[in-house]
Design a protein around this ligand. Structure first.
Ligand code: G3H
Ligand code: 13P
Ligand code: ZN
Length: 311
């Protein structure tokens, strides 16, 4: 099966009350680690690359690694641009074979967000590429943009119908209290998401796929392992898994995970090197990092997303 866009996978996910994992990819071991888990569990998947990932790995390398994954599996795989910052970047990704793009105009004034999102949709749909837009702003760091918690703002449900109908987007990312990175809540703070906003968005956009960014649960066992082997991430806190499951059972069809993969890879490498101080073959420690990524993605698919067996 060739790369697919997100239309069919979101339709099935919405109807089935589950979500598709959208995992950030930056190098070969990450691509392989994710895809191995999806193969074992027969799960559809979105592999997403940020602008920063494209700069780091070079777009052609990322694209061809994903094509290699497509060739060796029969899974529905979408290649998605994460947090596209401009029309030009989206256009470039569409021209180089991405099947889905996000245009992130969430930091812009509302009318500017509508205008740039509409422009991307008009271009993308000519090539059967699906488009994700965003309304509301998450706190945290994404692609060199650092949004302070006090500048983040929840999505206004009163805007969603107007935004979707005027832009023609295929899915919408909303802000309900998640944030990017590994430090989503302060120590002692009770994690909370605004399910009332999600419900109101759902009521106003029946059947329409919603996207949750900043949705790593920052799995405590990997935080503990990183700390045990020399890291300093004691205060890392993510979104509780029961909240993510609840979101997946509602209109959320795409759950974005990057920080959990970073943690898993770092834990695997730190543990390997601490336990094997004489090793210096990258295949040994990167191999453990890759295996940890597979373990995390399998856990997400079975315990959070509910996408096992849905390929
Ligand atoms: O939302 C941001 C993702 O975690 C991507 O991060 O821009 O550092 O690649 P990045
Ligand atoms: P996390 O930092 O919670 O993994 O979020 C990733 C994300 O939203 C990518 O777009
Ligand atoms: Zn994001």
């Amino acid at each position: 099966m060739p790369l697919v866009n997100t239309s069919e996978m979101f339709k099935k996910a919405y109807e089935g009350g589950y979500a598709i994992g959208a995992f950030n990819v930056n190098n070969m071991e990450i691509v392989q680690g994710i895809v191995e888990a999806c193969k074992e569990l027969n799960s559809p998947v979105i592999l997403q690359a940020s602008g920063g990932a494209r700069k780091y790995a070079h777009s052609a390398y990322l694209y061809n690694m994903v094509q290699a994954a497509v060739a060796e599996t029969d899974l529905p795989i979408a290649l998605h641009l994460d947090h596209g910052a401009s029309f030009e970047l989206c256009k470039d990704c569409i021209e180089s074979g991405f099947t889905s793009v996000m245009i992130d105009g969430s930091h812009l004034d509302y009318e500017e967000n509508v205008a740039v999102t509409k422009k991307v949709v008009e271009y993308a749909h000519k090539y059967n590429v699906t488009v994700e837009g965003e309304l509301g702003q998450l706190a945290g760091i994404e692609d060199e943009v650092n949004v302070d918690a006090d500048k983040a703002n929840y999505t206004d449900p009163g805007q969603v119908q107007d935004f979707v109908s005027r832009t023609g987007v295929d899915s919408l990312a909303i802000a309900i209290g998640t944030s990017h990175g590994a430090f989503k809540f302060k120590p002692g703070q009770k994690p909370q998401l605004r399910f009332d906003i999600l419900q109101e968005v759902m009521d106003r956009l029946p059947g329409f796929p919603i996207v949750l960014h900043g949705a790593s649960s920052v799995m405590p066992e990997y935080v503990a392992m990183v700390n045990q082997f020399g890291g300093q991430m004691a205060d890392a806190i993510g979104i509780p898994e029961d909240m993510l499951r609840q979101a997946a059972s509602m209109a959320v069809c795409k759950i974005n995970v990057d920080s959990d993969l970073r943690l898993a890879m770092t834990a695997g490498i730190r543990k390997h090197l601490a336990e094997n101080p004489t090793h210096f073959d990258p295949r040994q420690y990167l191999g453990d990092g890759r295996q940890f990524i597979t373990d995390v993605v399998k856990h997400k698919i079975t315990e959070v997303l509910g996408s096992a067996g849905k390929a």
